[in-house]
Design a protein around this ligand. Structure first.
Ligand code: GLN
Length: 378
């Protein structure tokens, strides 16, 4: 058999975006902004190109960009990471996650994954011969039951994957979650892969509990980030991984033969852009305003919001509208009402369906208004 992923189909993000395009629906499904990134940032990239920075960057990424990231980490999380040894620039967050798994998951290793789970996690583990061990988050507040996590640990457990702020639910980890995690990591010497691509998209004054704040966890961790998600340029496919030296050494062995290095002018541009902390410090307020505006508009509909504390996603129940399954409902919403969303059952291996769909509110005000007006018709 050739296929290593016989049960995997086309990612829901491609499916729903294609359906949205086919029916000319407003696309609140796949997570990407419909506004442009900063002109200042584009000018910085352009300048780097004009100056002739158009050949391979060094394998781990430009030192100026890695240093700028280390300064941001020190500003936000009061931790010192060594940009020389602990940061690698990657082509996007998804790549950063895959590479961490490819670095350390051997055939038969068990990886704890919480569901609903971002749709690349399980295939990433499977393609590397690992065994996903799935644990459901509670419904409807999407929290981790740490007693259950402990009960699922076996001698083969190699890694726990976390995602905060969480896609698709918008839940965030609290301090007590990190304390529980720290106990397990220390007791069982587990690796952690923490997907923190929405680190700056956090609301209501909440603190982002990055693994980088917790040295006893960090020493066993890969922590992955995205520039596209936070600086509104998902098409640039720029991200990075932070890990302690002993893990990053292994990570780079894989990275150097996967893509070798990431495009150079964007690295110059981002390094310069990060020199101004306001560029990331303003993001929580920018996205909270979008979430609040979307919630306000959706009051005129029969959808019921769940709690979104971070990310650029808002889950909605539709039990006052229909008792259809979420895939059928999301498809009908796109075709008949002109608004595309993601059915949350796509984030469960067994298709668990709580009749909840995910909307992306990283959209212009007028896009959100138009979408809400259409949703009020149903
Ligand atoms: N992370 C984005 C989302 O959740 C999608 C990225 C992708 O399409 N691969 O919608």
């Amino acid at each position: 058999m050739i296929s290593k992923l016989p049960n995997v189909g086309t990612t829901i993000f491609s499916v729903m975006s294609a359906l949205a395009a086919e029916y000319k629906a407003i696309n609140l499904s796949q997570g990407f902004p419909d506004y442009d990134c900063s002109n200042e940032l584009k000018a910085m990239v352009n300048e780097a190109m004009q100056q002739g920075h158009n050949q391979y960057a060094v394998m781990p990424g430009l030192m100026s960009l890695r240093s700028a990231i280390a300064s941001k980490i020190s500003n936000l999380y009061q931790q010192t990471v060594n940009p020389e040894m602990e940061i690698t620039i990657t082509p996007g967050g998804t790549y950063a996650i895959f590479t961490a798994i490819a670095t350390c998951i051997h055939p038969g290793d068990e990886v704890i994954i919480f569901e609903p789970a971002y749709d690349s996690y399980i295939p990433n583990v499977l393609v590397n011969g690992g065994k996903p061990v799935l644990i459901p988050l509670s419904f409807p507040d999407y929290r981790i039951n740490w007693t259950e996590v402990r009960s699922k640990i076996t001698p083969r457990t190699k890694m726990i994957m976390l995602n905060t702020p969480h896609n698709p639910t918008g839940s965030i980890l609290q301090e007590n979650d990190l304390q529980e995690l720290e106990k397990l990591v220390t007791e069982f010497n587990l690796l952690v892969l923490s997907d923190e691509v929405y680190e700056h998209l956090i609301f209501d004054g909440a603190q982002h509990h990055s693994i980088l704040r917790y040295p006893a966890i960090y020493r066993n961790s890969f922590v992955t980030f995205s520039f596209g998600k936070v600086f509104h340029n998902t098409g640039w496919k720029m991200g990075y991984c932070v890990a302690p030296e002993h893990l990053m050494k292994e990570y780079r062995k894989v990275h150097q033969y996967l893509c070798f290095s990431v495009n150079t002018p964007m690295q110059y541009g981002l390094a310069k852009f990060l020199e101004t902390p306001a560029h990331y410090l303003e993001l929580p307020a920018f996205y909270q305003q979008k979430r609040d505006y979307f919630l306000q508009l959706m009051k005129d509909t029969r959808f019921t919001p769940l709690s979104s504390q971070g990310s650029y996603f808002q889950l909605m129940k539709y039990d006052r509208i229909s008792d259809e399954g979420d895939r059928a409902f999301a498809t009908r919403l796109t075709k008949e009402f002109g608004v595309a969303a993601i059915p949350v059952s796509a984030f469960y291996q067994d298709g668990k369906d709580d009749h909840v769909i995910r909307f992306c509110f990283a959209k212009k005000q007028e896009t959100l208004e138009l979408a809400a007006a259409r949703l009020a018709q149903i």
